[in-house]
Design a protein around this ligand. Sequence first.
Ligand SMILES: [Zn+2]
Ligand SMILES: [Zn+2]
Length: 144
Amino acid sequence: MDIKQHAKLAQVLQDHGLKVTGIRLAILEFLMESEDHPSSEAIYFALREQGIHCVPASIYNNVNILQEKGVLKSLHTGNTETRYDALLDSHSHFYCKKCHRVWNTSVEPPQLECSELPCAQVDHSELIYYGICMDCIDDEDEEC
Ligand SMILES: [Zn+2]
Ligand SMILES: [Zn+2]
């Protein structure tokens, strides 16, 4: 990671009241470069490949803290694992039911008007399109 990027991510952590640690910087950096909304398990394996060794529980705990503090967003695809996203701007997702990859889409999730649900305080929403990605469709064609 270049020093400028490093300083920027460290600032993000501090702005959210978090201590800057090597593992948090590594998690954030990986998520920002990743296009596939990884699970904490996937983050663990990716960091291990980069030579960063720590136990899966430590990755899980750190990812959880980052999410709680609003540095990351969690995404629930309906699969058992929670996926994580470092892109905080409002966007929706496409989830492939076959290979379990998740893509960003440019479609904005619709805003809920207060008048439509007067007795609730909504804190976030998720819009996920489910289907099969082109790669998996091509694979299926080959099997036939
Ligand atoms: Zn797929
Ligand atoms: Zn996303």
